[in-house]
Design a protein. Structure first.
Length: 224
């Protein structure tokens, strides 16, 4: 890249993140982004071939940083058990290397990772907002393209985890495996829309709602 074409990529990504968290993909403006970043249109298109290429780059960055955040903390001490309870931190039995109970089930695993995801969202609200904006694109071509390109429809991995949970007797036998493969991914994708509200950004409230959500997944609504 020639000196003329060199750009401050941090400034570009910051400007893009601001634009894509305030407007839908269609309404987001490359001209606004490059103006905020202080670069030329030619320099922008030297780095990114399209608005979508920039958009997917931001989404991938957010996903990568979130999982790096989760992985770095999963290897350490248990998360605060006073906020999400012993289900996330591990109770009874021996604790594994990530601080969780070795007997934890599919729901405990989800609670543990989702709680760390909540912490990431609160510490990095712009990337969380970007994910929320993507969820609002559902039903559009850009939503389908983004999920495909991000590789977040990791159905084979999740199906394997569901199958293992069934074999361990963690899920009621009256639910067919085919039904679970259809429903569980949808419930897991929607959890952040349940946990977060625009006016409720304190960690304790988010964690309390997260635990309620996981208990709903585990036990449902009906009394026995």
């Amino acid at each position: 890249m020639s000196p003329k074409q060199r750009i401050d990529e941090d400034a570009l990504l910051e400007a893009a993140l601001e634009e894509f968290t305030q407007r839908s993909f269609v309404d987001a403006s490359v001209n606004t982004i490059i103006e905020r970043a202080g670069i030329s249109k030619g320099s922008f298109y030297y780095r990114f071939e399209s608005k979508y290429a920039l958009y997917i780059h931001l989404l991938r960055t957010g996903v990568r940083r979130k999982w790096e955040y989760i992985a770095s903390r999963a290897a350490g001490p248990p998360i605060d058990s006073t906020s999400v309870g012993e289900a996330a931190a591990g109770s009874g039995g021996g604790a594994g290397p990530d601080g969780r109970d070795e007997q934890s089930d599919l729901f405990d695993e989800f609670l543990f990772q989702a709680d760390l995801g909540v912490q990431f969202a609160l510490e990095h609200p712009a990337y969380h907002r970007l994910a929320v904006m993507l969820s609002r694109e559902k039903g559009t071509a850009v939503y389908d393209d983004a999920l495909r390109d991000l590789g977040q429809d990791d159905s084979a991995n999740l199906q394997g985890r569901i199958r293992a949970a069934i074999s361990r007797g963690e899920i009621r036998p009256e639910f067919s495996e085919a039904f679970l493969h259809t429903v569980v991914p949808q419930l897991l994708v929607l959890y952040d829309q349940v946990v977060f509200r625009e006016t409720e950004w304190d960690l304790q409230t988010a964690r309390d709602r997260l635990q309620e959500y996981v208990e709903f997944l585990r036990h449902g609504l009906a009394t026995k």
